[in-house]
Design a binder for this molecule. Structure first.
Ligand SMILES: [Zn+2]
Length: 485
């Protein structure tokens, strides 16, 4: 009895202390809030410091509304713009849910987004209920011959794509700066990677070993190519002669890429039974050189290896979790270019879906186009639309905003393109407008060169490049060079 009363008294005392403490902390939170303008103002007044947006707001207590809420801009005054997309559904590329809003373009840039209205003189395009998204960025293509020739980009713009990165799987051009001159002012933005095969062939015959002397020459050339604007180095380690490249040689080349702030795009040594070991090799190259990795077209190819996909994705996350800067990409088909001439499907659809759902995996086509625009595989004409129509709309395997993130901000981040991949004021106006219900992927395995339907408008650097599905021919694309560090 006596003991329990002491216990009750003790508990009561504890409760009282807790009450006092909680009151005190609530007050201090309030007083912190109240004190905020006073604590931020002196910081802004320090010599040499530029006040940021938040501090500017606190210095103008009479401002009507905050100018920005997240990426949605609220501009009560009419916006001076060239184009005004009215009444759309904004999917901004970040992965955030869609929201209704307008979008204003002036020159090459987005100038307002959300609840805004145009100043007189703007061309107004009504897009009621249509998706307004950043133009898609395809980080893995083999289209250098197409863009170096007179590619008009009809099949590309009709997928909402505004940027191609070419020169993948170790096959690129020898003259990066020459290519970038040719690729400027095309239908879309075009960037390129250096190719391991090209570098090797500049200095050694296919059947020769890369000597230390030759390796030095390759490194020097790679360095020069990256200065010219190459985004990094691509490898196709399962192809001859690239499959002769040894670990130390690749680490050495990767260090050049790392020092220039680029990334290594790798088609790994074995995508079949040895896929897990081949994946470990590229992680080791990254660990030893510090290079950022783009693991190209993730797959566990061949029915005997389909059960390796879970472990492969787990290893991707392990690598990322232990500090390797790594991401991957996938295309939306169950057959690769190796399955042509057969009825074979070397990739399980279940695994395509697993890759598509993985947050580290972006969407990329692995598409090839001849100089004349002919493709073997339908992915060149339809990959992005297949993802949106088949996997998002019909099968509901992933959300629209996540699919669009994988086509926009995720590749932009790998490429360090800070001004693309998101809809926000100040970003380049690369924009795709479409209604999800209208999308049709027409290219098939037997008939791969069919144009998709359903993309209504595409802007490239603020230029209206596709108008109601038709080319305007303005060619406002830019050759993209790796941003300087
Ligand atoms: Zn490849």
């Amino acid at each position: 009895m006596f003991v329990s009363r002491r216990v009750m008294l003790f508990l009561g005392l504890i409760a009282l202390i807790l009450l006092v403490l909680s009151l005190f902390s609530a007050c201090s939170e309030k007083s912190n809030l109240a004190a905020q303008p006073q604590t931020t103002a002196p910081v802004a007044e320090q010599p040499g410091m530029v006040p940021d947006m938040e501090q500017t707001d606190t210095e103008q207590p009479d401002a009507k509304q905050p100018e920005q809420i997240g990426t949605k801009q609220i501009a009560p005054d009419p916006v001076d713009c060239d184009y005004f997309l009215e009444g759309g559904t904004i999917v901004d590329g970040s992965g955030d849910p869609p929201y209704p809003g307008n979008l204003a373009i002036k020159g090459e840039e987005i100038v307002a987004l959300g609840d805004c209205r145009p100043a007189p003189g703007a061309k107004i395009i009504a897009v009621p209920g249509m998706i307004v998204a950043p133009g898609f960025i395809d980080i893995h293509t083999h289209t250098e011959n197409y863009w170096a020739a007179k590619g008009d980009g009809l099949m590309i713009l009709n997928q909402g794509i505004t940027t191609h990165i070419t020169g993948n799987c170790g096959t690129s051009v020898n003259d990066i700066s020459g290519f970038l001159l040719l690729a400027d002012h095309k239908a879309i933005n075009v960037g390129i990677l250096s190719g391991y095969k090209n570098l090797r062939r500049l200095f050694a015959a296919d059947n020769k070993k890369v000597s230390p002397d030759i390796l030095e020459k390759m490194k020097k050339r790679l360095n020069a190519q990256m200065t010219a604007g190459s985004f990094g180095l691509s490898l196709g380690l399962s192809y001859y002669p690239q499959n002769q490249a040894g670990f130390e040689e690749l680490v050495s080349l990767a260090q050049v890429v790392k020092n220039k702030g680029g990334f290594l795009a790798v088609h790994i040594r074995d995508e079949y039974s040895g896929v897990l070991k081949a994946f470990e090799e590229i992680v080791n190259i990254s660990n030893k050189s510090g290079v950022s990795l783009q693991y190209s077209h993730i797959k566990a190819a061949g029915p005997d290896n389909w059960n390796k996909m879970d472990e492969l994705l787990a290893k991707l996350h392990q690598a990322q979790g232990s500090g390797t800067d790594i991401s991957s990409d996938v295309y939306g088909y169950t057959w690769s270019s190796w399955d042509f001439g057969t009825k074979q499907e070397s990739i399980a659809e279940e695994n395509v879906i697993k890759a598509l759902k993985d947050p580290l995996v972006m969407v990329a086509s692995d598409s090839g186009l001849s100089a004349g625009g002919v493709a073997q595989h339908p992915r060149a004409y339809a990959n992005n639309i297949r993802i949106l129509a088949h996997y998002v709309r019909d099968q509901k395997e992933l959300s629209l905003e996540e699919a669009i993130r994988k086509m926009t901000s995720l590749p932009a981040k790998r490429l360090n393109l800070e001004d693309r991949g998101l809809l926000a004021a100040g970003k380049k106006a690369d924009i795709a407008v479409f209604s999800l219900d209208d999308l049709r992927e027409n290219a098939t395995r037997l008939d791969p060169n069919q144009i998709c339907q359903g993309i209504s408008y595409v802007f490239v650097n603020g230029g209206l490049s596709l108008d109601q599905g038709k080319l305007t021919g303005i060619n406002s694309g830019r050759a993209l060079r790796k941003p300087k560090q």
